[in-house]
Design a protein. Structure first.
Length: 391
């Protein structure tokens, strides 16, 4: 799924567009015991309650494609009888009215979701009449010939509100606030089946994770059974290893900076595209070559790429690039540079020492204090022997 397709489904989570038929929930305590189970028609919920659920569902479809929202496919064996995809299809086709299927689903999540505190599993069924589109990309709601039927699951931590004081308007007094168990925004979730090319894709699922570094492989494997892509954090580590192993001991500041700039230029060129920019081995080779990596260093590139990423692996540009920061670190100094002005930093040999040179104007701050780079010509320099009264 791309950004446009995700946004199209997100738009359904509002009173005007609501396509949700049923909502089910299971509250699980820190001992993995089911404390509460519910199943009801979504439209029967009070309006204020429904709005809060809308916020949770929108959050389950938020973040960056390839980082917080991961497109996954089912391997063939999971689409066979007894596979995870078949189970999810049964759950969807039941329209969440089969208690045994729901119980089995909750048990799978509870067994494989790693969380030490209380949490709330929310599962909804919805049916979206996908409007047709004219040649000028305008939606035609009277030309719908596709119904997208789907499940959305949100797994939300439940935490105790903070202790404190509050104002009691009825008694007109300040008193101890009652602590409540609050359902937080989701930590994990998924959309099944995927909504690709504005249609149902039974072979795919969209997985949500709040933290890109915490995918929870067991949950994906046992509940979804889908092929898990490389996480955003692993992709970044792979890219860094690819640079270091390709350049070797001859890796220099200028070349690494050029790779950074070339990659960011590509991202800028594709920023209006709905599909995330994916870079395979051929694309990455071009980036390195265009950034000044020598022919000698590029001789081992293919082998290095396959060892670090795999021959057919693609890395998402948004996961490996640093578009918002450009940091240079030494054991004692950290330099933060505007990513668009990385060209300001130069490397030079000065008095036989390797130096980073930063050209500056007269505007410099040290801990928020405006200072000059040099003393004004003709200014009097104080020494330890100078009487302050004489200056």
């Amino acid at each position: 799924m791309n950004k446009k397709e995700v946004l199209e489904i997100r738009k359904q989570f509002s009173p005007a567009n609501c396509a949700i038929t049923r909502i089910c929930g299971c509250y699980v305590d820190h001992e993995k015991s089911k404390r509460l189970q519910s199943r009801e028609a979504f439209l029967s919920l009070p309006e204020e309650e429904a709005f809060k659920y809308f916020d949770i569902f929108k959050k389950t479809l938020s973040g960056t494609i390839g980082k917080n929202m991961l497109n996954m496919e089912f391997p063939l064996e999971q689409e066979m009888p007894g596979g995870t995809q078949e189970f999810l299809l049964k759950l969807k086709n039941s329209k969440l009215q089969d208690d045994m299927l729901l119980e089995e689903f909750y048990d799978k999540v509870i067994e494989n979701y790693i969380y030490e505190e209380n949490y709330y599993i929310i599962l909804i069924h919805a049916m979206y009449d996908v409007p047709g589109k004219s040649s000028d990309d305008l939606e035609m709601y009277d030309a719908s010939d596709v119904v997208y039927e789907y499940l959305l699951c949100s797994i939300c931590p439940v935490s105790l509100s903070k202790a404190g004081l509050c104002y009691n308007a009825e008694d007109n007094r300040i008193e101890d606030r009652i602590r409540d168990w609050i359902v937080d925004m989701p930590d994990k979730g998924f959309l099944f089946p995927a909504f690709n090319d504005r249609n149902t894709d039974l072979h795919g699922v969209l997985y949500y994770t709040k933290k890109s570094s915490d995918l929870q492989e067991e949950l994906i494997d046992q509940v979804l059974g889908a092929k898990m892509p490389m996480s955003a954090d692993t992709q970044k580590e792979t890219f860094q290893a690819l640079i270091e192993d390709t350049l070797g001991e001859d890796g220099d500041y200028e070349t690494v900076r050029n790779i950074h700039d070339t990659l960011n230029d590509l991202i800028e060129e594709h920023k209006e595209e709905p599909e995330p920019l994916a870079l395979d081995k051929t694309d990455m080779r071009k980036i390195f070559e265009n950034s000044g990596v020598s022919n000698e260093q590029m001789e081992s590139f293919d082998q290095v790429f396959e060892e670090n990423a795999g021959e057919k692996t693609s890395l998402l540009a948004a996961n490996i690039a640093e578009t918002k920061k450009f940091h240079i670190e030494t054991p004692d100094v950290v330099i933060k540079v505007n990513p668009e002005r990385s060209d300001l930093i130069e490397t030079r040999m000065i008095d036989g020492r390797q130096c980073l040179v930063i050209p500056v104007d007269d505007h410099i701050e040290i801990n928020g204090i405006h200072v000059r780079t040099m003393k004004r010509p003709g200014s009097i320099e104080r020494t330890q022997d100078t009487d302050p009264a004489e200056v």
